[in-house]
Design a protein around this ligand. Sequence first.
Ligand code: CTP
Length: 396
Amino acid sequence: MTKGKHVILCVTGSIASYKAVDIARRLSDSGINVSVVMTDAARQFMSPLAFEAVTRNKVYTNLFDDPLSHVTLPQNADLFLVAPATANTIGKFASGIADEIVSAMFMAFEGTVLIAPAMNEKMFNNPVVQKNIKNLTATGVRFIGPDSGSLACGYEGKGRLADTGEIVEAVISALSPKDLKGKNIVVTAGPTVEAIDPVRFISNRSSGKMGYEIARAASRRGADVTLISGPSPLVPPFGVSFIKVESASEMEDAVSKKFIKCDSLVMAAAVSDFAPSAFSRKKIKKGGLDVLKLRRTPDILQSFGKKKGKKLIVGFAAETGKDIGSAKKKLMSKNLDMIALNDVTQEGAGFNSETNIVTIIDRNGGVSDHPKMKKIEIADIIIDRMLRLWEKGGKR
Ligand code: CTP
């Protein structure tokens, strides 16, 4: 969604400027063209070479190197980010001072501006800095952070640069189309865990990545997203309401609380089909169990498919083999609008992989094969297909 977009990343003189290298790298990795601009003070902390290496672009450091770059570069940029932003740079922006390259470019830029401040807490709380932030916010500038925590000066307080992941997410989100605005989407992800005793459980190999990427992509595109996840090491995407569950029954309860208000349910979770018929409160001793009796867990998708009304319901079919017939059967029997089939035995598809290979089947009989691609790209394709179904069926 953000490939080919152009972001100006301004780095100013804070010890947190080393974190800007990570921001530049992550934005570049997302296909964004990043031009870094540094103040003289930033160059006391970091070399332009570090930014040149990660962005593969020229770094701008001097207003007079090229008499027009402070105007031409902003003209061709989609977003202006300052991270970290010092009290001095914020003050210049708020007062209309443009005596060096960063403040001159800010003055010449007309689009979305994001500022991530980083400074000592006393400086941040200074009424002049607060007034400058208020005035800039009133002109449409958006501030990210700062966070609270230990500061480089030895103080504890508010002034730390916001998490670099949060800053990157804010940029990508601001650059994404808002075609899901007004939609409420519930996404499930990860495995469920069915306890045998306090130590052991039945589960599966799902990492949760596909569901987390769908939640991330939907949130970036403006949806109000709730992510309900079984145990997963993944960090929930910024801007998403997160509910952590363990078992299939807990997942069913969590979905049922959110289902009434949602426009769509996307069940990417690998719900365990079986649970032990009884839970032993005490650890079962080695010789204490020969046969493990199982019961079926609730089929969450099936039960909400029955109550779907005008909601759009999306399922996944994890198969060992490209079994389109079985996926179509699941689509029909669970009353879905769309199902994404993946053959978990293929290399680069399924559990724990950064990529996936899916075939998407919709209720109108549309079938499309998608080659191996990153899960975030597949998430956007699934959302595009959901939007098309919404268009066809009015507000479903
Ligand atoms: N699903 C569910 N509740 C279950 C099992 C599955 O909601 N107890 C959902 C999954 O989240 C997925 C879809 O149903 O979106 C299909 O899951 P899958 O494991 O492929 O199929 P099953 O219905 O479990 O059937 P089988 O395991 O026999 O293929």
